[in-house]
Write a protein that binds this ligand. Structure first.
Ligand code: BGC
Length: 743
């Protein structure tokens, strides 16, 4: 009797307890308590993310009825407040998580992610994400669909602009820096928003660079290359992942239980949640993986996609699937619990409404300063014949050619969802306002827009160059040529830009080419026509001041390529960490005449009509000074499992310009049970040296750095010989070399 009484009292207290509302209770207890109070409809509601097409009473009613767990593109802060209030007025008052593509800055627009990767500066990348989070949070956003961690070896793919390049190590380090910036020390800190690693996984290997296309990636390659950055952010506490659009080895990634369950949950113990990409659950049907929406929901939920973005197959089908025994209610609880866990961790139950600061931080001087630093450090000097840059004081007049020099919107690049063109300072306006009093600036747009085919401005542009001491010619891609669904078969300069530069070169005036772009481009025909080439990507709000500071020598460029630049599209995919093959080409096969000889020289792995080397190597970037590398030393040449090798190298600034340099360390595992890449980046350090100054740069290599997934998917370091390289790029001529052995 006593027992029954106690049970009744216990059940009674439980049903009225509000553990889930108690900020001091353990999060797992809060989840458990809340789940125990939720109806199936409310659980399914949490799994629905909607795009806010229009704000109206129906939307608010749906939220109040507990049918929506999240919004994306919710619009202005008033909308967000109204939506959150509706959610708080739902039966259980579960707040919404509000997502947005805060990809490279918010209203203060940072360089595109690929450009940020060219900084090789994790602290700067972290700060960039931090200021983006601060601005976005001020407007009610608490979740960003960033960082994009897709390894990409194909510059035709428009989304390479959103990526951190081709290397798993660089992408991992910078991806972790980004999530630290977004998420802060703890998800519920004042300035933190949840990050989302996307697109899980392999999306960057899309066939032929065609967006949304098939990916075929052997498991060893998946684990050794494509999964690496995702694993790194998972280990560092990322809150969410986004499943991708691509079909991976026959199983679309938004219904792939191998990647979503086995790897993500079982191996990595990830306990946040996975949102599908936009409509990706619907797309299981055209993929030919589900016959209808019900089967799509069944496959996606059982594979482990917690939340459905935009399409509504969960909402329409989960109840029936549960009733039919095809989906287990315990699995639904696990899926919903993961979403609630992040909502609790974000502190949304305690602080659901945006906290508007007394003074807005948006576009603050500090934020613009970070954006400028990031832009400066991202720009890569590819050529500087006769050290023509920085422009010297004998230059009294400069021709600025190219509408990209003054088009505000094009400085921002793709996936810029909140930036306003009017806030951007263009190169032309920055150069005019900084140097216009002392130098005569002559501007002509040269082309109507980067894609136009009219040569109407050629004559005028030529005249202007003729009467100037030097020309700065802005060429490249407009902001719309990269990004989602913006793949190109040819990655040359669009329109008549190449002709324009060749025409201007006839004046024999020195030309500096500034290339704005979201991807690597081919422009080999212009290298002899110009003195210098500065690859500036799409630099964001502070493009102008950053470019002006570099051209006029206030600061030296220090960007290094995070991706290989091919000589021609025919070479793609071309990447530095390739395999050696049985017939690697040799240097004496370079520079051969184009043609089809009967007996190709050496029968090696190269093209008859283009050199096998890239136009510019991964890791490459010049400076206004010269860095000399010497004294590469290893603390030991033989290591066993527990040892570490201390690596040191002396770097000297032997020029007369203070500058930053990224010191890069690569290794090569000479023989493996699976063939190994010819080089793998294992460390880098960005240092600053005054003229004449030297620094000893140190790295540590442990057995952990030598591990890879072997044919049985064991993560192992195999005994044998290793080469170690340190230097200024992945080009063998830029590297010092040493050897060691793992015993
Ligand atoms: C893109 C995602 C993006 C989502 C939401 C999709 O089309 O692939 O990267 O986060 O839209 O805007």
């Amino acid at each position: 009797m006593k027992k029954i009484l106690l049970l009744i009292i216990f059940s009674f207290t439980m049903s009225f307890s509000q553990t889930y509302r108690d900020p001091n209770a353990n999060i797992e207890d809060r989840i458990h308590d809340l789940l125990s109070k939720m109806t199936l409809e409310e659980k399914i509601g949490q799994m629905q993310q909607k795009n806010l097409d229009e704000m109206n009473e129906n939307v608010l009613a749906e939220v109040k009825a507990g049918k929506v767990g999240s919004f994306l593109n919710a619009g202005n802060i008033q909308n967000i407040i109204s939506l959150q209030k509706a959610a708080l007025n739902s039966r259980l008052g579960i707040p919404l998580i509000i997502g947005r593509d805060v990809i490279h800055g918010y209203k203060t627009v940072l360089p595109i992610p690929l450009a940020q990767a060219a900084t090789w500066n994790p602290e700067l990348v972290r700060k960039g994400a931090e200021i983006a989070a601060i601005e976005a949070k001020e407007e009610g956003i608490n979740w960003t669909f960033s960082p994009m961690l897709d390894i990409s070896r194909d510059p035709r793919w428009g989304r390479i602009a959103e990526s951190l390049g081709e290397d798993p190590y660089l992408s991992s380090v910078l991806g972790v820096a980004m999530i630290e910036g977004f998420q802060g020390k703890s998800l519920n800190s004042k300035n933190s928003i949840a990050a989302c690693g996307k697109h899980y996984v392999g999306y960057g290997a899309t066939e032929g660079g065609r967006d949304y296309n098939t990916t075929l990636i052997p498991e060893s390659e998946l684990r050794n290359i494509y999964l690496k950055p995702f694993q790194a952010v998972s280990e560092n506490g990322i809150a969410t992942f986004m499943s991708a659009f691509n079909d991976l080895n026959g199983v679309p990634t938004s219904a792939n239980s191998f990647t979503l369950k086995t790897i993500l949950r079982d191996e990595w113990k990830f306990d946040g949640f996975v949102v599908s990409d936009w409509g990706a659950i619907s797309e299981l049907i055209p993929h030919g993986f589900a016959k209808d929406g019900k089967e799509a929901a069944y496959k996606a939920i059982n594979a482990g996609v917690n939340m459905e973005m935009v399409s509504q197959h969960y909402a329409y089908n989960l109840r029936n699937l549960i009733n039919e025994g095809k989906v287990d209610i315990n699995w639904i609880d696990k899926m919903v619990g993961d979403i609630l866990r992040i909502k609790f961790k974000l502190g949304l139950f305690e602080n659901p409404l945006p906290q508007i600061p007394e003074e807005s931080t948006i576009l603050s001087d500090f934020h613009k300063q970070i954006a400028k630093e990031s832009a400066i450090e991202s720009m890569v000097l590819l050529q500087n014949t006769d050290n023509f840059l920085p422009l010297k004081s004998d230059i009294k007049s400069v021709a600025i050619i190219g509408s990209l020099a003054d088009s505000q919107i094009d400085q921002m690049g793709c996936w810029n969802v909140e930036g306003k063109a009017k806030d951007v300072i263009t190169p032309l306006s920055a150069i005019k306002s900084e140097f216009g009093d002392n130098i005569q600036i002559n501007y002509c747009k040269g082309y109507e827009n980067p894609r136009s085919s009219s040569k109407d401005y050629f004559e005028k542009a030529k005249q202007i160059v003729e009467k100037s001491d030097a020309a700065i010619v802005f060429v490249g891609e407009d902001y719309l040529l990269t990004g989602e669904s913006h793949s190109r078969a040819f990655i040359n300069l669009p329109g008549i830009q190449e002709d324009l530069v060749l025409e201007l070169a006839k004046t024999n005036k020195p030309i500096v080419l500034v290339i704005l772009s979201g991807r690597p481009l081919t422009f080999g025909s212009l290298t002899n026509a110009v003195k210098s080439i500065l690859f500036s990507w799409h630099p964001g709000t502070m493009s102008g001041p950053a470019i002006s500071d570099i051209l006029f020598g206030k600061v030296s460029p220090s960007g290094k390529l995070p991706v290989t630049f091919p000589r021609s599209e025919g070479q793609i995919p071309l990447y530095y960490n390739h395999k050696n093959t049985g017939r690697p080409p040799a240097d004496n096969q370079l520079g051969r005449k184009i043609g089809t000889p009967e007996n190709p020289d050496g029968f090696a792995s190269y093209y008859l009509d283009v050199d096998f080397t890239p136009a510019y190597y991964f890791g490459f970037g010049l400076s206004y000074t010269k860095f000399v590398y010497s004294d590469l030393q290893l603390s030991r040449n033989v290591i066993t499992n527990d040892d570490k090798i201390d690596v040191s190298v002396k770097v000297t600034n032997s020029g007369n310009f203070e500058a930053k340099e990224t010191v890069q360390l690569y290794i090569r595992d000479l023989v493996g049970s699976l063939t190994r890449p010819v080089k793998e980046l294992k460390g880098f350090k960005k240092i600053n040296l005054k003229p004449g100054e030297s620094q000893i740069v140190r790295f540590e290599i442990s057995v952990h750095d030598l591990k890879f997934y072997d044919i049985n998917m064991n993560y192992v370091a195999e005994p044998g010989e290793f080469h170690l390289f340190v230097g200024s790029s992945s080009n063998k001529y830029d590297l010092l070399q040493a050897k060691f052995e793992l015993k």
